[in-house]
Design a protein around this ligand. Structure first.
Ligand code: NAD
Length: 288
């Protein structure tokens, strides 16, 4: 078994981005600028946005973090996005999801200019991705593709089972793995909460991408020997031995599954790190 080390891979990619920013500045080009918007005080969202802002600093991007109260109106959020759409200094806009229930995620995503849609969630970005045109690819699936590429894993002809069909992970992941690219060129089965024979599906998989949101859901008896395991899940489970009172686990029962797999991502230190890295790549792209 080989660990797919998100910390190591993302550090290498972030170093390249940092060098590119340095050379941009030397050549009197614009410094990339990401505007992040956080609504409410969801602790996980605060952590994710904090990590994104910190990584911007690390690679030399400018960042602006706007925090809106939990009861901020939809109109207030849309107006802020419009302001950033019209601000030539801002290259990328990200609104941390999920949003409070009274705000329409669709409206918010549709309001972000496709030119600044570094999360890749706008219908224009998704449409272009489906057609294989250059665009912003959603960060988590893109980070996974970058990880597979880094380890030179040839996925051509493999059967990839993606568990989960969310707009931000499962659906784009399925599309990317089925495209005529490397990594890619897989035969893809997308499973979800209504799939009846998940275990049988998984047992046929050369690659499993688990994006479910259920701790340790993929167990060793669901995995074919030698399969590649990509664990997207980030779940908090109680742990009295931790100062915070919780620890993070993935959707895969890592300890048991690692024995059967050829490659596996850990949680934390796997896909999460790659997601931030892919966001930085998209922001750099938005600035060009
Ligand atoms: P989501 O809740 O939007 O989607 C979960 C999907 O899992 C759904 O499509 C659902 O059909 C499927 N599902 C639920 N129960 C199932 C079951 N019993 N069998 C088969 N499928 C089932 O979640 P999401 O936004 O796609 O995120 C999934 C997980 O990935 C979460 O733990 C989330 O925290 C994590 N996540 C991690 C990153 C990262 O950077 N590592 C990024 C985004 C999301």
């Amino acid at each position: 078994m080989q660990l797919l080390d998100g910390i190591k891979v993302s550090n290498a990619i972030l170093e390249d981005i940092k060098n590119e920013v340095d050379s941009r500045i030397k050549n009197h080009k614009k410094r990339p600028h990401l505007a992040a918007i956080l609504v409410g005080d969801n602790p996980a969202s605060q952590t994710y946005v904090g990590a994104k802002v910190k990584t911007c600093e690390y690679v030399g991007f400018q960042s602006t973090l706007s925090k809106l109260a939990d009861d901020a109106s939809e109109a207030e959020l849309l107006a802020l996005i419009e302001k950033y759409n019209n601000d030539a200094d801002i290259d990328g806009i990200l609104v941390q999801l999920p949003l409070p229930r009274h705000i329409s995620e669709d409206k918010v995503i549709n309001t972000i200019s496709p030119l600044k849609d570094v999360d890749g969630f706008h219908p224009v970005s998704i449409g272009k991705m489906v057609l294989g045109q250059d665009t912003f690819i959603p960060a988590t699936p893109n980070g996974i593709m970058m990880m597979l590429a880094h380890y030179n894993i040839d996925t051509s002809g493999m059967h990839c089972v993606v568990i989960g069909r969310s707009n931000i992970v499962g659906t784009p992941m399925s599309l990317l793995m089925s495209r005529n690219t490397n990594p890619g060129n897989c035969t893809v089965t997308m499973c979800h909460s209504k799939t009846k024979n998940l275990k049988e599906m998984c047992l046929q998989a050369d690659i499993i991408v688990a994006a479910i949101g259920r701790p340790n859901y993929v167990t060793a008896d669901m995995v074919k020997p030698g399969a590649i395991i990509i664990d997207v899940g980030i779940n908090r489970i109680e742990d009295a031995s931790k100062k915070s009172g919780f620890r993070l686990v993935g959707d895969v029962d890592f300890e048991a599954v690692k024995e059967k797999s050829s490659y596996i991502t850990p949680v934390p230190g796997g896909v999460g790190k790659m997601t931030i890295c892919a966001l930085m790549k998209n922001t750099l792209l938005a600035c060009n």
